[in-house]
Design a protein around this ligand. Sequence first.
Ligand SMILES: Cc1cc2nc3c(=O)[nH]c(=O)nc-3n(C[C@H](O)[C@H](O)[C@H](O)COP(=O)(O)OP(=O)(O)OC[C@H]3O[C@@H](n4cnc5c(N)ncnc54)[C@H](O)[C@@H]3O)c2cc1C
Length: 378
Amino acid sequence: MSNSYDVIVAGVGAMGSAACWHLARRGLRVLGLERFDLGHAMGSSHGMTRIIRIAYFEGSHYVPIVQRAHQLWKETGAAAGMKLLHVTGSLDLAPRGSGEVEASLQSCLDHGLEHEVLDGGEIAKRFPGFQLPEGHHALWQPDGGFVASEKAIYAHVGLAQSRGAEIRTNEPMLDWRPTADGGVEVRTERGSYSAGRLVITSGGWIADAVPALAANVATVRQAIGWFTTRRPELYREGAFPVFILTVEEGHFYGFPLYEHPGFKLGGPHFGREPMDPRDDDRTPSPRQVALIRECLKRYLPDAAGEPLTLKGCVYSVTPDEDFIIDAVPGVAQAVFASCCSGHGFKFASAIGEILADLSTEGRSAFDLAPFSLARFAA
Ligand SMILES: Cc1cc2nc3c(=O)[nH]c(=O)nc-3n(C[C@H](O)[C@H](O)[C@H](O)COP(=O)(O)OP(=O)(O)OC[C@H]3O[C@@H](n4cnc5c(N)ncnc54)[C@H](O)[C@@H]3O)c2cc1C
Protein backbone atom coordinates (compact mmCIF):
# COMPACT_ATOMS: atom_id res chain seq x y z
CA MET A 1 0.00 0.00 0.00
CA SER A 2 1.31 3.45 -0.91
CA ASN A 3 1.95 5.93 1.88
CA SER A 4 1.35 8.86 -0.39
CA TYR A 5 -1.93 10.82 -0.60
CA ASP A 6 -3.29 14.00 -2.07
CA VAL A 7 -4.63 15.12 1.31
CA ILE A 8 -4.29 13.89 4.88
CA VAL A 9 -7.04 14.85 7.34
CA ALA A 10 -5.90 14.72 10.99
CA GLY A 11 -8.92 14.24 13.24
CA VAL A 12 -12.06 12.51 11.97
CA GLY A 13 -14.73 14.11 14.15
CA ALA A 14 -17.40 16.55 12.99
CA MET A 15 -15.21 18.78 10.81
CA GLY A 16 -12.70 16.15 9.71
CA SER A 17 -15.28 13.59 8.57
CA ALA A 18 -17.00 16.28 6.47
CA ALA A 19 -13.63 17.35 5.01
CA CYS A 20 -12.86 13.70 4.10
CA TRP A 21 -16.14 13.48 2.18
CA HIS A 22 -15.79 16.78 0.32
CA LEU A 23 -12.20 15.98 -0.64
CA ALA A 24 -12.90 12.39 -1.68
CA ARG A 25 -15.93 13.37 -3.76
CA ARG A 26 -13.58 15.59 -5.82
CA GLY A 27 -11.58 12.50 -6.76
CA LEU A 28 -8.68 13.15 -4.38
CA ARG A 29 -6.81 10.40 -2.61
CA VAL A 30 -7.60 11.01 1.05
CA LEU A 31 -6.25 9.57 4.29
CA GLY A 32 -8.19 10.34 7.49
CA LEU A 33 -6.34 9.72 10.76
CA GLU A 34 -8.34 9.51 14.00
CA ARG A 35 -6.96 9.36 17.56
CA PHE A 36 -9.82 7.19 18.90
CA ASP A 37 -12.52 5.11 17.24
CA LEU A 38 -15.27 6.64 15.12
CA GLY A 39 -18.04 8.39 17.05
CA HIS A 40 -16.15 8.18 20.37
CA ALA A 41 -17.17 10.12 23.50
CA MET A 42 -13.85 11.86 24.26
CA GLY A 43 -14.17 14.93 22.02
CA SER A 44 -16.79 17.54 21.15
CA SER A 45 -19.31 15.69 18.98
CA HIS A 46 -20.93 12.88 21.01
CA GLY A 47 -24.34 12.93 22.68
CA MET A 48 -26.66 12.12 19.75
CA THR A 49 -27.81 15.63 18.77
CA ARG A 50 -26.59 19.16 18.03
CA ILE A 51 -28.79 22.22 17.50
CA ILE A 52 -28.84 23.94 14.13
CA ARG A 53 -30.14 27.51 14.25
CA ILE A 54 -30.37 29.73 11.17
CA ALA A 55 -31.23 32.87 13.15
CA TYR A 56 -27.86 33.58 14.71
CA PHE A 57 -27.46 35.90 17.69
CA GLU A 58 -23.68 35.31 17.54
CA GLY A 59 -23.59 37.37 14.33
CA SER A 60 -25.31 37.81 11.00
CA HIS A 61 -22.08 36.86 9.21
CA TYR A 62 -22.68 33.23 10.19
CA VAL A 63 -26.03 33.03 8.40
CA PRO A 64 -24.87 32.33 4.80
CA ILE A 65 -22.59 29.55 6.05
CA VAL A 66 -25.28 27.93 8.18
CA GLN A 67 -27.72 28.14 5.26
CA ARG A 68 -25.22 26.21 3.13
CA ALA A 69 -24.71 23.76 6.00
CA HIS A 70 -28.48 23.22 6.29
CA GLN A 71 -28.67 22.37 2.59
CA LEU A 72 -25.66 20.05 2.83
CA TRP A 73 -27.06 18.19 5.86
CA LYS A 74 -30.11 17.38 3.72
CA GLU A 75 -28.06 16.36 0.70
CA THR A 76 -25.56 14.32 2.69
CA GLY A 77 -28.31 12.55 4.60
CA ALA A 78 -30.04 11.68 1.32
CA ALA A 79 -26.76 10.47 -0.23
CA ALA A 80 -26.02 8.30 2.80
CA GLY A 81 -29.61 7.08 3.20
CA MET A 82 -29.75 8.50 6.75
CA LYS A 83 -31.89 11.20 8.35
CA LEU A 84 -29.31 13.64 9.68
CA LEU A 85 -31.33 16.88 9.79
CA HIS A 86 -34.51 17.18 11.88
CA VAL A 87 -36.37 20.47 11.34
CA THR A 88 -38.28 21.34 14.51
CA GLY A 89 -38.12 25.13 14.53
CA SER A 90 -35.86 26.96 16.98
CA LEU A 91 -36.54 29.30 19.87
CA ASP A 92 -34.15 31.83 21.38
CA LEU A 93 -35.68 32.58 24.78
CA ALA A 94 -34.34 35.46 26.88
CA PRO A 95 -35.39 38.35 29.09
CA ARG A 96 -36.67 41.32 27.09
CA GLY A 97 -33.83 43.75 26.52
CA SER A 98 -31.01 41.31 27.37
CA GLY A 99 -29.83 41.29 23.74
CA GLU A 100 -30.07 37.65 22.60
CA VAL A 101 -33.53 37.78 21.01
CA GLU A 102 -32.76 41.22 19.60
CA ALA A 103 -29.52 39.94 17.99
CA SER A 104 -31.24 36.86 16.54
CA LEU A 105 -33.98 39.08 15.19
CA GLN A 106 -31.37 41.31 13.56
CA SER A 107 -29.85 38.29 11.77
CA CYS A 108 -33.34 37.41 10.45
CA LEU A 109 -33.87 40.95 9.21
CA ASP A 110 -30.39 41.10 7.62
CA HIS A 111 -30.99 37.89 5.67
CA GLY A 112 -34.76 37.90 5.10
CA LEU A 113 -35.34 34.83 7.29
CA GLU A 114 -38.85 33.82 8.21
CA HIS A 115 -39.38 34.51 11.92
CA GLU A 116 -41.80 35.59 14.66
CA VAL A 117 -41.20 37.35 17.97
CA LEU A 118 -43.31 35.69 20.68
CA ASP A 119 -44.30 37.16 24.05
CA GLY A 120 -44.57 35.08 27.22
CA GLY A 121 -48.26 34.31 26.72
CA GLU A 122 -47.71 33.08 23.17
CA ILE A 123 -44.75 30.91 24.22
CA ALA A 124 -46.85 29.29 26.99
CA LYS A 125 -49.74 28.66 24.58
CA ARG A 126 -47.63 27.06 21.85
CA PHE A 127 -45.11 25.25 24.05
CA PRO A 128 -46.64 24.41 27.45
CA GLY A 129 -43.49 22.47 28.41
CA PHE A 130 -41.91 25.82 29.39
CA GLN A 131 -42.65 27.75 32.55
CA LEU A 132 -40.73 30.97 32.02
CA PRO A 133 -40.15 33.99 34.25
CA GLU A 134 -42.19 37.12 33.67
CA GLY A 135 -40.65 39.28 30.95
CA HIS A 136 -39.15 36.55 28.77
CA HIS A 137 -39.77 36.74 25.05
CA ALA A 138 -38.59 34.58 22.14
CA LEU A 139 -37.47 34.57 18.56
CA TRP A 140 -39.09 31.71 16.64
CA GLN A 141 -37.41 30.58 13.41
CA PRO A 142 -39.12 27.66 11.66
CA ASP A 143 -36.07 26.21 9.84
CA GLY A 144 -34.03 25.47 12.97
CA GLY A 145 -33.74 21.96 14.35
CA PHE A 146 -31.07 19.44 15.15
CA VAL A 147 -28.48 17.25 13.47
CA ALA A 148 -27.93 13.66 14.59
CA SER A 149 -24.28 14.08 15.53
CA GLU A 150 -22.62 10.67 15.62
CA LYS A 151 -24.76 9.61 12.63
CA ALA A 152 -23.44 12.64 10.74
CA ILE A 153 -19.86 11.51 11.29
CA TYR A 154 -20.71 7.96 10.19
CA ALA A 155 -22.51 9.31 7.10
CA HIS A 156 -19.58 11.51 6.06
CA VAL A 157 -17.06 8.72 6.61
CA GLY A 158 -19.15 6.12 4.77
CA LEU A 159 -19.55 8.43 1.79
CA ALA A 160 -15.84 9.30 1.81
CA GLN A 161 -14.92 5.61 1.90
CA SER A 162 -17.28 4.94 -1.01
CA ARG A 163 -15.06 7.34 -3.01
CA GLY A 164 -11.86 5.63 -1.95
CA ALA A 165 -10.87 7.52 1.22
CA GLU A 166 -8.84 5.50 3.73
CA ILE A 167 -9.82 6.07 7.35
CA ARG A 168 -7.48 4.86 10.08
CA THR A 169 -8.81 4.92 13.63
CA ASN A 170 -6.80 4.69 16.84
CA GLU A 171 -3.90 6.15 14.92
CA PRO A 172 -3.23 9.73 16.08
CA MET A 173 -1.00 12.05 14.12
CA LEU A 174 2.08 12.43 16.35
CA ASP A 175 3.61 15.30 14.39
CA TRP A 176 3.88 16.77 10.93
CA ARG A 177 6.23 18.96 8.91
CA PRO A 178 6.19 20.81 5.60
CA THR A 179 8.47 19.24 2.98
CA ALA A 180 10.79 20.86 0.44
CA ASP A 181 8.47 19.91 -2.47
CA GLY A 182 5.64 21.99 -1.00
CA GLY A 183 3.80 19.05 0.57
CA VAL A 184 3.69 17.60 4.07
CA GLU A 185 4.95 14.57 5.96
CA VAL A 186 2.85 13.18 8.81
CA ARG A 187 4.14 10.75 11.43
CA THR A 188 2.09 8.27 13.47
CA GLU A 189 3.09 5.29 15.61
CA ARG A 190 2.55 3.08 12.55
CA GLY A 191 4.74 4.99 10.13
CA SER A 192 4.97 8.14 8.11
CA TYR A 193 2.77 9.39 5.26
CA SER A 194 3.31 12.07 2.67
CA ALA A 195 0.69 14.27 1.02
CA GLY A 196 0.32 17.42 -1.01
CA ARG A 197 -1.99 18.98 1.61
CA LEU A 198 -2.84 18.62 5.28
CA VAL A 199 -6.19 19.43 6.88
CA ILE A 200 -6.00 19.65 10.67
CA THR A 201 -9.33 19.11 12.44
CA SER A 202 -8.21 17.72 15.77
CA GLY A 203 -10.72 19.62 17.93
CA GLY A 204 -9.66 19.96 21.55
CA TRP A 205 -6.16 18.74 20.70
CA ILE A 206 -5.57 21.21 17.87
CA ALA A 207 -2.94 23.32 19.60
CA ASP A 208 -0.65 20.24 19.70
CA ALA A 209 -0.60 20.31 15.88
CA VAL A 210 -0.84 24.09 15.42
CA PRO A 211 1.17 25.67 18.25
CA ALA A 212 0.27 29.15 16.95
CA LEU A 213 -3.23 28.49 18.34
CA ALA A 214 -2.12 27.79 21.89
CA ALA A 215 -2.46 31.41 23.06
CA ASN A 216 -5.99 31.74 21.69
CA VAL A 217 -7.71 28.44 22.41
CA ALA A 218 -8.88 27.17 25.78
CA THR A 219 -10.42 23.74 26.35
CA VAL A 220 -13.28 23.59 28.83
CA ARG A 221 -15.74 21.02 30.12
CA GLN A 222 -19.43 21.15 29.26
CA ALA A 223 -22.21 18.95 30.73
CA ILE A 224 -25.20 17.38 29.01
CA GLY A 225 -27.88 15.18 30.52
CA TRP A 226 -31.07 13.29 29.70
CA PHE A 227 -33.80 13.42 32.36
CA THR A 228 -36.99 11.48 33.02
CA THR A 229 -40.00 13.47 31.83
CA ARG A 230 -43.37 13.29 33.52
CA ARG A 231 -45.22 14.40 30.40
CA PRO A 232 -43.34 13.18 27.32
CA GLU A 233 -46.20 14.32 25.07
CA LEU A 234 -45.16 17.95 25.72
CA TYR A 235 -41.59 17.35 24.57
CA ARG A 236 -41.93 15.00 21.62
CA GLU A 237 -40.50 15.90 18.22
CA GLY A 238 -43.30 17.66 16.33
CA ALA A 239 -44.65 19.35 19.49
CA PHE A 240 -41.49 20.90 20.88
CA PRO A 241 -38.58 22.76 19.22
CA VAL A 242 -34.87 23.09 19.92
CA PHE A 243 -34.14 26.10 22.11
CA ILE A 244 -31.55 28.32 23.73
CA LEU A 245 -32.71 29.63 27.09
CA THR A 246 -31.13 32.57 28.91
CA VAL A 247 -32.04 32.73 32.60
CA GLU A 248 -30.30 33.96 35.75
CA GLU A 249 -28.60 30.55 36.17
CA GLY A 250 -26.93 30.88 32.73
CA HIS A 251 -27.48 29.87 29.10
CA PHE A 252 -28.94 26.41 28.50
CA TYR A 253 -29.95 24.55 25.36
CA GLY A 254 -32.43 21.73 24.83
CA PHE A 255 -33.99 19.37 22.34
CA PRO A 256 -37.24 17.53 21.73
CA LEU A 257 -37.19 13.85 22.70
CA TYR A 258 -35.12 11.86 20.22
CA GLU A 259 -34.03 8.21 20.36
CA HIS A 260 -33.70 8.36 24.17
CA PRO A 261 -36.48 8.28 26.76
CA GLY A 262 -35.06 11.33 28.55
CA PHE A 263 -35.30 15.05 27.85
CA LYS A 264 -31.88 16.45 26.87
CA LEU A 265 -30.58 19.71 28.35
CA GLY A 266 -27.02 21.08 28.18
CA GLY A 267 -25.18 24.00 29.70
CA PRO A 268 -24.53 26.37 31.23
CA HIS A 269 -22.97 27.46 27.92
CA PHE A 270 -20.74 30.15 29.44
CA GLY A 271 -20.31 28.44 32.84
CA ARG A 272 -17.15 26.71 31.72
CA GLU A 273 -14.55 24.80 33.64
CA PRO A 274 -11.01 24.40 32.26
CA MET A 275 -9.99 20.85 31.36
CA ASP A 276 -7.11 19.15 29.58
CA PRO A 277 -8.44 16.79 26.87
CA ARG A 278 -5.38 14.57 27.51
CA ASP A 279 -6.95 13.76 30.88
CA ASP A 280 -9.34 10.87 30.07
CA ASP A 281 -11.94 11.80 32.70
CA ARG A 282 -15.15 13.03 31.00
CA THR A 283 -17.34 13.01 34.11
CA PRO A 284 -19.55 16.09 34.02
CA SER A 285 -18.91 18.50 36.85
CA PRO A 286 -21.35 18.24 39.80
CA ARG A 287 -21.71 22.04 39.71
CA GLN A 288 -22.80 22.03 36.07
CA VAL A 289 -25.18 19.11 36.60
CA ALA A 290 -26.73 20.90 39.60
CA LEU A 291 -27.29 24.00 37.47
CA ILE A 292 -28.92 21.94 34.70
CA ARG A 293 -31.23 20.31 37.23
CA GLU A 294 -32.11 23.68 38.75
CA CYS A 295 -32.87 25.05 35.27
CA LEU A 296 -35.19 22.10 34.56
CA LYS A 297 -36.92 22.38 37.92
CA ARG A 298 -37.64 26.08 37.51
CA TYR A 299 -38.30 26.46 33.78
CA LEU A 300 -39.21 23.01 32.38
CA PRO A 301 -40.77 21.35 35.43
CA ASP A 302 -42.42 18.48 33.54
CA ALA A 303 -39.00 17.40 32.26
CA ALA A 304 -37.23 17.68 35.63
CA GLY A 305 -37.14 14.03 36.64
CA GLU A 306 -34.17 11.91 37.67
CA PRO A 307 -31.11 11.88 35.37
CA LEU A 308 -30.97 8.87 33.04
CA THR A 309 -27.66 9.70 31.30
CA LEU A 310 -25.05 12.34 32.12
CA LYS A 311 -22.03 13.12 29.96
CA GLY A 312 -19.14 15.56 29.81
CA CYS A 313 -17.78 16.97 26.59
CA VAL A 314 -14.97 19.29 25.40
CA TYR A 315 -15.47 22.84 24.12
CA SER A 316 -12.51 24.54 22.40
CA VAL A 317 -13.11 28.24 22.87
CA THR A 318 -11.53 31.38 21.47
CA PRO A 319 -11.39 34.75 23.26
CA ASP A 320 -14.10 36.27 21.02
CA GLU A 321 -16.19 33.04 20.69
CA ASP A 322 -15.78 33.11 16.89
CA PHE A 323 -14.30 30.19 14.95
CA ILE A 324 -10.78 30.00 13.56
CA ILE A 325 -10.53 28.69 9.98
CA ASP A 326 -7.20 29.43 8.34
CA ALA A 327 -3.90 28.17 6.99
CA VAL A 328 -1.07 27.40 9.39
CA PRO A 329 1.07 30.56 9.51
CA GLY A 330 3.76 30.31 6.81
CA VAL A 331 2.51 26.90 5.55
CA ALA A 332 -0.18 27.44 2.91
CA GLN A 333 -0.52 23.69 2.24
CA ALA A 334 -1.78 23.04 5.82
CA VAL A 335 -5.23 24.40 6.70
CA PHE A 336 -7.23 23.93 9.85
CA ALA A 337 -10.67 24.52 11.33
CA SER A 338 -11.71 24.08 14.87
CA CYS A 339 -12.00 26.08 18.04
CA CYS A 340 -15.68 26.47 17.37
CA SER A 341 -16.43 27.75 20.87
CA GLY A 342 -19.26 25.33 21.54
CA HIS A 343 -21.40 26.26 18.53
CA GLY A 344 -19.64 24.66 15.56
CA PHE A 345 -21.35 21.36 14.86
CA LYS A 346 -24.22 22.79 12.85
CA PHE A 347 -21.64 24.23 10.43
CA ALA A 348 -19.58 21.05 10.03
CA SER A 349 -21.07 20.01 6.69
CA ALA A 350 -20.22 23.44 5.23
CA ILE A 351 -16.85 23.70 6.98
CA GLY A 352 -15.86 20.37 5.40
CA GLU A 353 -16.63 21.90 2.03
CA ILE A 354 -14.75 25.11 2.94
CA LEU A 355 -11.69 23.08 3.94
CA ALA A 356 -11.85 21.19 0.66
CA ASP A 357 -12.05 24.52 -1.21
CA LEU A 358 -9.12 25.97 0.74
CA SER A 359 -7.06 22.82 0.13
CA THR A 360 -7.76 22.54 -3.56
CA GLU A 361 -8.30 26.14 -4.69
CA GLY A 362 -6.72 28.17 -1.91
CA ARG A 363 -9.95 30.13 -1.36
CA SER A 364 -13.56 29.85 -0.26
CA ALA A 365 -16.80 31.32 -1.57
CA PHE A 366 -17.46 32.62 1.97
CA ASP A 367 -15.85 35.58 3.66
CA LEU A 368 -13.50 33.92 6.14
CA ALA A 369 -11.92 37.16 7.40
CA PRO A 370 -13.94 37.03 10.68
CA PHE A 371 -12.41 33.58 11.29
CA SER A 372 -8.77 34.37 10.57
CA LEU A 373 -6.02 33.70 13.08
CA ALA A 374 -4.55 37.12 12.25
CA ARG A 375 -7.44 38.89 14.02
CA PHE A 376 -5.80 38.07 17.35
CA ALA A 377 -2.53 39.72 16.33
CA ALA A 378 -4.07 43.21 16.21
C1 LIG B 1 -21.81 19.30 25.03
C2 LIG B 1 -21.69 20.04 23.75
C3 LIG B 1 -22.82 20.52 23.14
C4 LIG B 1 -22.74 21.22 21.95
N1 LIG B 1 -23.88 21.65 21.35
C5 LIG B 1 -23.81 22.20 20.11
C6 LIG B 1 -25.00 22.48 19.42
O1 LIG B 1 -26.11 22.23 19.91
N2 LIG B 1 -24.90 23.00 18.17
C7 LIG B 1 -23.69 23.25 17.58
O2 LIG B 1 -23.65 23.73 16.45
N3 LIG B 1 -22.53 22.97 18.23
C8 LIG B 1 -22.58 22.45 19.48
N4 LIG B 1 -21.44 22.12 20.13
C9 LIG B 1 -20.14 22.40 19.50
C10 LIG B 1 -19.80 21.36 18.48
O3 LIG B 1 -20.22 20.09 18.91
C11 LIG B 1 -18.31 21.43 18.19
O4 LIG B 1 -18.01 22.73 17.71
C12 LIG B 1 -17.92 20.40 17.15
O5 LIG B 1 -18.34 19.12 17.54
C13 LIG B 1 -16.41 20.43 16.99
O6 LIG B 1 -16.07 19.49 15.99
P1 LIG B 1 -14.53 19.13 15.77
O7 LIG B 1 -14.48 18.31 14.56
O8 LIG B 1 -13.72 20.38 15.86
O9 LIG B 1 -14.15 18.28 17.06
P2 LIG B 1 -14.35 16.66 17.32
O10 LIG B 1 -15.62 16.24 16.72
O11 LIG B 1 -14.05 16.46 18.72
O12 LIG B 1 -13.23 16.09 16.37
C14 LIG B 1 -11.86 16.23 16.62
C15 LIG B 1 -11.28 14.84 16.38
O13 LIG B 1 -9.86 14.90 16.29
C16 LIG B 1 -9.35 13.72 16.90
N5 LIG B 1 -7.94 13.96 17.18
C17 LIG B 1 -7.41 14.72 18.17
N6 LIG B 1 -6.06 14.74 18.06
C18 LIG B 1 -5.75 13.98 16.99
C19 LIG B 1 -4.53 13.63 16.37
N7 LIG B 1 -3.35 14.09 16.82
N8 LIG B 1 -4.56 12.81 15.31
C20 LIG B 1 -5.74 12.31 14.82
N9 LIG B 1 -6.93 12.62 15.39
C21 LIG B 1 -6.94 13.48 16.44
C22 LIG B 1 -10.25 13.55 18.11
O14 LIG B 1 -10.15 12.25 18.62
C23 LIG B 1 -11.60 13.89 17.53
O15 LIG B 1 -12.25 12.75 17.02
C24 LIG B 1 -21.48 21.45 21.34
C25 LIG B 1 -20.32 20.95 21.96
C26 LIG B 1 -20.42 20.25 23.14
C27 LIG B 1 -19.17 19.72 23.76
